[in-house]
Design a protein. Structure first.
Length: 339
């Protein structure tokens, strides 16, 4: 790991005191954040105390947390040296990620050597923020068929679309195809006006949102018009062979067994396919089995099909989302154990 700050550690009865001295005072304003909010965030997450004077920071805490806080501060300073911003999500990512991910920017395929994984798109750089996300990115670049299974907010679809855009922009695939089952999430929406696109677009909006994050608006509109990027309901996939494409099936827990089989058998030469879903959010009618659960059971021992799993610890939305998921999971386990 590259250490950017001069570092000195001393032990005391209260734990470890780590002193850091950074070379560029101008970057420390952004490192600290407005009203020192970045330092406060690190203190809160790791249970340490950070005192700063000039370009020197002193971290007080137990040995493990003080060392971790020093590593996080050093890595965040490295982001600033590279011209990147620091957000609360970036701080959380540095805290969550292991030491192997602290070695600076590398080409996307150098992830095998333990470097930082970055997905380049036309509008932004996407970095995995947990070890599970990092493994998922690696899986998407190395497997022709991969599954991402876990709760909402873990970045399953967002990362898949980012990888798809990366491969498309790099000329590795000719088109991107994004699909979802058009299943109402516990509500009867009734009649929707307009043509077929108007009727299905509300179901597809999360996919449009992800694409808008990665491609300029005019370019995205042109690619959609030319059908080099397609967003369509799962039912529209029947009868097609999807060659030289990056294909994503989102919300796959709402596909029936027959729909899942139909979709998986669309895989053509030169294509990659990603299936994402959350087993706890099935909106199919009672008694209709989820195609995602069946695929997981039937395909998990087939070579070159990779399953990636996420938990509430991988949620990268608001911190309360993870706590909400944990509360619901605990209640479900309680109900199962009482039966």
């Amino acid at each position: 790991m590259t250490i950017r700050a001069k570092k000195q550690q001393t032990s005391s009865d209260d734990g470890l005191e780590t002193q850091l001295e950074f070379p560029d005072n101008r970057l420390l304003i952004d490192l600290f954040g407005e009203f020192n909010r970045n330092l406060t965030h690190i203190e809160s997450m790791l249970g340490v105390q950070i005192v700063h004077q000039g370009n020197q920071l002193t971290v007080h805490g137990d040995e493990n947390n003080a060392s971790k806080a020093a590593e996080v501060l050093d890595a965040l300073y490295g982001r600033l040296e590279a011209g990147k911003d620091i957000t609360p999500g970036d701080i959380d990512a540095e805290i969550r990620m292991g030491e192997s991910d602290k070695s600076g920017s590398v080409d996307q395929m150098e992830m095998f050597q333990g470097g930082r994984v970055e997905i380049k798109t036309r509008k932004k750089l996407v970095e995995p923020r947990t070890e599970a996300q990092k493994a998922y990115v690696k899986s998407l670049f190395t497997n022709e068929l991969a599954f991402g299974i876990g709760p909402a907010g873990t970045g399953k679809t967002y990362i898949a679309v980012a990888v798809g855009v990366n491969l498309f922009v790099g000329g590795h695939v000719d088109k991107i195809i994004l699909s979802r089952p058009a299943v109402e999430a516990g509500e009867r929406l009734g009649f929707l006006p307009g043509d077929m696109k108007d009727k299905v677009d509300p179901y597809m909006q999360p996919l449009y949102d992800a694409l808008n994050d990665f491609l300029p608006g005019k370019q995205l509109a042109k690619l959609l018009e030319e059908k080099r990027i397609e967003i369509a309901p799962l039912a529209f996939m029947r009868g097609r062979t999807l060659a030289n494409a990056f294909v994503v099936l989102d919300e796959a827990q709402n596909a029936t067994t027959m729909q899942m089989k139909m979709f998986l058998t669309r895989l053509g030469e030169g294509s990659r396919m990603v299936i994402t879903g959350d087993r706890t959010q099935v909106d199919l009618p009672r008694g209709v089995p989820s195609g995602l659960a069946d695929a997981e059971r039937l395909l998990n021992k087939i070579e070159k099909i990779d399953f990636n799993y996420f938990t509430s610890k991988d949620v990268v939305r608001h911190p309360l989302v993870a706590k909400i998921i944990e509360a619901y999971d605990a209640e479900s386990e309680k109900q199962l154990s009482s039966k």
